[in-house]
Design a protein around this ligand. Structure first.
Ligand SMILES: [Zn+2]
Length: 143
């Protein structure tokens, strides 16, 4: 990653970390034996986030399920997302660039914690869960 890309990545990781409480933390951890916050810290500090040149993709996991010894690849669409990524079928939660990048970090972190998508499961299932549990606006909200 270039210096500028490093900064974008670390900002997204730090913002994703701040989301990891309550229902969001539970969803990302799922049935994992690992502590999501520890794994995220270990990956961030230990070179566990790397760039990979892959078009039409935002993130990839090297193995899946290996916790702090896994590697998360941030790929081309992470840094240059098209607007289509802000929308997701089956969800009325629309993300901006920063939110999308946090979603990618959380998505790949979940892979590091529990492994790859199950047979018949889709990437969108993860993202719908992330939007519902980590990005949902509080009911009623403030003025
Ligand atoms: Zn995935």
């Amino acid at each position: 990653m270039t210096g500028a890309e490093e900064k974008v990545a670390h900002n997204a990781i730090d913002a994703a970390r701040a989301l990891l409480t309550g229902a969001c933390l539970d969803f990302i951890k799922a049935n994992s034996q690992y502590d999501p916050l520890k794994v995220l810290d270990d990956l961030q500090r230990g070179g566990g986030f790397q760039y990979r040149d892959r078009s039409n993709a935002a993130g990839e996991i090297k193995h899946g399920g290996r916790g702090s010894s896994d590697t998360i690849f941030l790929t081309n669409s992470f840094f240059n997302p098209g607007q289509t990524y802000f929308f997701l079928k089956g969800s009325n939660i629309v993300l901006d660039v920063a939110g999308f990048q946090q979603e990618v970090v959380l998505h790949e972190l979940r892979h590091a914690l529990i492994g790859r998508h199950p047979i018949g499961g889709s990437s969108e299932d993860y993202d719908r869960g992330i939007r519902e549990n980590c990005f949902k606006q509080p009911e009623g909200g403030s003025q």
